[in-house]
Design a binder for this molecule. Structure first.
Ligand code: ADP
Ligand code: MG
Length: 692
């Protein structure tokens, strides 16, 4: 029997362990540092490091690593052992405060977007004591931020921590203006629901597209898709169940609050949701979750796909970023309570979200822009690339009452005459329609659903925290100057109501309606990214000390480059698969058809060869086109590699390369349905999706 409470956090250097193992003055001083963001005293760090090392060694660790989140989207680590030479050829196990606080990885190969020239390779990692150290694979992992020696952020954690501080500062100021003198800190919280696919490892390994790019570049639609709706919340198959079981246990040991697991809408698709945590911890934990999913799947003979659209025509995978904000007194500021119309804190936070998302639609879109997510957003199962907010009818009615200066009554909220003591049901309100919303209010939090499954939650939350901090700052100023909460609500509704949409976001009508409302619709990454460095956005980040101008420009450069690299890799993989496997397979099939015709004719001219001739003709025609297209894809990709302007490359990709790739795929998938299965070089969609 697994004892979950005992297992939970058993590999984490958490509060409980610190309390047990640190002298009480050191413990207090460390807590103060964590809570108030004070700098470290080296004496304290030495004691903490030594206690951490002893604890880690008892748990079997031999190494330690500064674990960080560079701009590659995955985590990075470099392991050092604890050993240190001792007299008589012996070693002792050592770990100093200095080694805990600061590390110096060779940073030259991490992307910096020009912030750190390669000859000036020195970057350093700095301990983030607000996220606990943990043990994995016999190493002590120390969560760290990664900066250049000039102090510029080279990672995703540094700006995330800065954004949490910015929103804390501004919301506190607003609370003071409302007369709250008690609250000491406010913290944003995140629960990241993670979708993924599991397929047979052997089949995965036999497809270069999956191995090299994470998604299938070819594959005809299988006879059965998800139309039977028999997978969603269906019975979990034994192999998958045993994977999930091990994943849960490993996550629990690392203090990750893995809570729910179920099958998703598409065949072979699943989801894991944790219980929410503070934003930076939730982000660290999501990285650990993605990493363990891959590792544990491998152990079970499976491959875990985190790409946002591994299979065309089948639902893609997203990540739902549930976001809220609460005080150190345990008050969730997005909790409407029974009388939201009288709840000033809630009303202002709600308005901050409405105004903020409307003014910075572009940044929210940028925060989820990637080659992979371009395949998913705007598909039938995913939110469109248009930002809008779902509030539900009750809250919208309330805001409209306030806007029109009408008294808010329960009847008006529900737009029905239901008698006096009906409490508005916020949570269950129209859950069906809100599934299609990219940014939905779900009871006491907002759920941002545009994230791709492989995205780090850092970027969207940096944007969200900063955007909301900025709005709250303005509201605080207005309150300080005597404006009332209702006046702020009225202004917000008057100027930003267009962003609220309670209807079906997947419909064609909404795209037209959104255009009428003047909402932006950046369909692809190359359309969205340039707005990252719009002057208003640079000013926003500068105002709250999240990024300097140089830092934003470097991030923009990295995102553009990542996009270009991802698509070029896909193009090259496509050409490789075509030339080595697909073209020869179609040719062989077509040749065999012709030989069959010759054989039949040799026996008797009366035997019909219609089918073989027809197939040979059709497949030969496709073959010729494919050969031609593969050559032009190769030429176009080569041209891009020679181009210096990354932004131009993105546009060329969008306008030239992707259309050729789509045409190649269409032709190949057509051939797949004609060529005999013995000839086809790769497992089909049916093999991949229904095998386990
Ligand atoms: P569902 O969306 O499936 O109905 P819930 O609404 O209970 O389920 O939760 C979805 C996710 O939202 C979970 O990861 C949960 O931990 C997270 N969540 C719940 N409350 C908060 C909060 N205050 N802040 C951030 N995330 C939250
Ligand atoms: Mg959800």
């Amino acid at each position: 029997m697994t004892n979950v409470p005992e297992m939970f956090g058993s590999l984490v250097f958490n509060e409980k362990v610190m309390k047990e193992r640190l002298p009480s003055d050191v413990y207090k001083s460390l807590k103060k540092t964590i809570e108030e963001g004070k700098t470290f005293d080296i004496e304290v760090a030495n004691v903490v490091a030594s206690a951490m090392k002893d604890w880690a060694i008892e748990k079997g660790a031999t190494h330690y690593t500064h674990w960080f989140q560079p701009m590659t989207g995955i985590t990075a680590e470099k392991h050092d052992s604890f050993i240190s030479p001792a007299p008589y050829g012996n070693v002792i196990m050592e770990f100093s405060g200095k080694e805990l606080i600061q590390g110096e990885p060779d940073a030259s190969s991490f992307p910096s977007g020009g912030l750190r020239a390669t000859f000036e390779a020195r970057g350093y990692t700095a301990w983030d004591p607000s996220s606990y150290a943990f043990i994995k694979d016999k190493s002590l992992y120390i969560p760290t931020a990664f900066c250049s020696y000039g102090g510029q952020a080279l990672d995703k954690k540094t700006p995330l921590l800065r954004s949490m501080e910015a929103i804390n500062k501004q919301v506190l100021r607003m609370l003071r203006a409302l007369g709250d003198t008690e609250t000491k800190t406010v913290t944003t919280t995140v629960g990241a629901e993670q979708e993924y696919f599991l397929i047979e490892k052997e089949m995965y390994s036999s497809r270069e597209d999956l191995v090299l790019t994470g998604r299938t570049l070819f594959g005809a639609t299988p006879p059965k898709g998800q139309e039977m709706e028999d997978h969603y919340f269906g019975v979990i198959k034994p192999r998958v169940a045993s994977f999930m079981h091990e994943l849960d246990e490993e996550l629990w040991k690392l203090g990750v609050l893995a809570k729910t697991k179920h099958n998703e809408a598409a065949p072979a698709q699943h989801e894991l949701a944790p219980i929410y945590a503070t934003t930076n911890i939730a982000t660290d934990h999501n990285q650990i979750t993605m990493e363990l999913m891959k590792k544990i799947a491998d152990k079970h003979g499976l491959a875990c796909l985190l790409h946002e659209k591994p299979f065309a025509g089948i639902n893609g995978s997203g990540k739902h970023n549930n976001w809220s904000i609460s005080t150190d007194k345990g008050v969730n500021l997005l909790n409407p309570t029974d009388t939201p119309e009288k709840n000033d804190k809630f009303l202002l936070m709600l308005c901050a979200v409405i105004k903020g998302i409307d003014e910075y639609q572009d940044l929210m879109r940028v925060s989820v822009a990637s080659a992979g997510n371009d395949q998913r957003l705007g598909g039938n199962e995913a939110p469109p690339a248009i930002l809008s907010i779902y509030l539900g009818d009750v809250l919208l009615n309330m805001l409209e009452c306030i806007e029109n200066g009408e008294e808010v009554t329960k009847e008006k909220l529900l737009k029905m005459d239901l008698g006096a003591d009906v409490i508005p049901e916020f949570k269950k309100d129209n859950t069906d329609r809100n599934r299609t919303s990219p940014f939905a209010f779900t009871g006491n939090k907002f759920e941002f659903r545009m994230l791709g499954s492989s995205d780090s939650t850092a970027c969207p939350n940096i944007m969200l925290n900063t955007i909301i901090a900025d709005q709250v700052m303005q509201f605080a100023e207005q309150l300080e100057n005597g404006k009332t909460v209702y006046e702020i609500v009225k202004d917000t509704m008057k100027n930003h109501k267009r962003i609220i949409f309670n209807g079906n976001n997947y419909s064609e009508e909404w795209v037209l309606e959104a255009e009428k409302r003047g909402l932006s619709n950046f369909k692809t990454t190359p359309d969205a990214l340039p707005h990252y460095i719009d002057e208003k956005n640079i000013e926003l980040f500068k105002r709250h000390n999240i990024y300097t101008r140089e830092e934003i420009i470097s991030r923009y450069e990295i995102l553009v480059e990542n996009y270009n690299k991802a698509v070029c890799l896909e193009a090259k993989t496509m050409v490789y698969m075509l030339k080595r496997d697909i073209i020869p397979a179609i040719s062989e099939f077509s040749n065999d058809m012709v030989c069959t015709v010759a054989n039949k004719q040799a026996v008797s001219k009366k035997i019909s060869c219609f089918v073989e001739l027809d197939l040979a003709e059709k497949t030969s025609a496709i073959l010729e086109k494919l050969y031609e297209k593969a050559a032009s894809l190769e030429i176009e990709t080569e041209k891009l590699i020679a181009m210096a302007d990354h932004n131009k490359v993105s546009l060329e990709i969008k306008n030239k390369v992707i259309p050729i790739m789509e045409e190649i795929r269409r032709l190949t998938d057509e051939a797949e349905t004609m060529v005999g299965s013995d000839y086809w070089p790769y497992p089909t969609y049916a093999d991949l999706l229904f095998y386990i």
